[in-house]
Design a protein around this ligand. Structure first.
Ligand SMILES: *[C@@H]1O[C@H](CO)[C@@H](O)[C@H](O)[C@H]1NC(C)=O
Ligand SMILES: *[C@@H]1O[C@H](CO)[C@@H](O)[C@H](O)[C@H]1NC(C)=O
Length: 217
């Protein structure tokens, strides 16, 4: 392999590992309630003075309310990230309520900054993930009420409601801001688009298949 190719590979590898190894840093104080009004840019939100922090900064309500799943995916997400509970700032935790219509899906996606543990409260979900190259096994499982499943940080995973009724799950995530990369939207809905010849070769299909996929996003 030529020196240039090798350099390119090395750069790609370095980029890849910096994405997949992004963790929330450990806190250096008891807490750092997010000051949403601060103009200071830090890795997370700037802190309110501890003396001005209150019990309500650590509180959020509304998780008893089912989300609206009348949409193409049959999915609704109610997040408790640092953007909605200021008290999670710098603590490396967050939570989601997820509602699924019958047949509803959470499409293949990854969280660049968090591992996830999902617990099914109501209904039945099939869930799964695939490890990084070169291990392409699908680790999938059908979950019923009371079952939990773990999605390792950065790996592509999915959920689908395979039951006849609406399903409800809660997820805990190991970041105050896990981030989400939706694979279909990223590949076929980017602006501007990925080069068509790139996607044609990557997916080994005709250009019209790629345009059909892009038309959906
Ligand atoms: C749910 O969302 C759909 C589509 O946006 C909307 O038409 C409908 O009114 C919403 N239902 C409720 C109960 O808010
Ligand atoms: C896992 O995925 C395979 C292939 O899609 C499927 O046949 C199987 O039923 C799934 N297993 C569970 C437990 O959902």
């Amino acid at each position: 392999m030529g020196a240039k190719t090798f350099l390119l590979l090395a750069v790609l590898l370095a980029l890849y590992s910096s994405v997949s190894l992004a963790d929330d840093p450990g806190p250096l104080q008891d807490f750092c309630v997010a000051d949403y009004s601060s103009q200071v840019l830090v890795n997370g939100y700037a802190c309110k003075q501890q003396s001005q922090s209150t019990a309500d900064d650590f509180f959020m309500s509304g998780f008893q309310t089912p989300g609206n799943t009348t949409n193409q995916l049959g999915l609704s997400i109610t997040p408790a990230f640092a953007a909605s509970i200021p008290g999670t700032n710098t603590l490396g935790v967050s939570m989601l309520r997820i509602d699924y219509a019958p047949g509803g899906i959470y499409p293949p996606h990854s969280h660049p900054r968090a591992s996830e543990i999902i617990i099914v409260l109501k209904g039945k979900l099939e869930v799964g993930f695939v490890p990084a190259h070169p291990d392409y096994r699908l680790f999938n499982k059908t979950l019923n009420e009371g079952d939990a499943y773990v999605f390792p940080q950065g790996l592509i995973h999915y959920q689908i409601n395979t039951g006849k009724h609406p399903a409800v799950a809660f997820s805990g995530l190991s970041s105050q801001n896990p981030g989400v990369i939706f694979i279909p939207n990223t590949l076929f809905g980017s602006v501007p688009k990925f080069p068509t010849e790139l996607l044609v070769k990557a997916f080994q299909v005709d250009a019209n298949v790629i345009s059909q996929l892009e038309a959906n996003f």
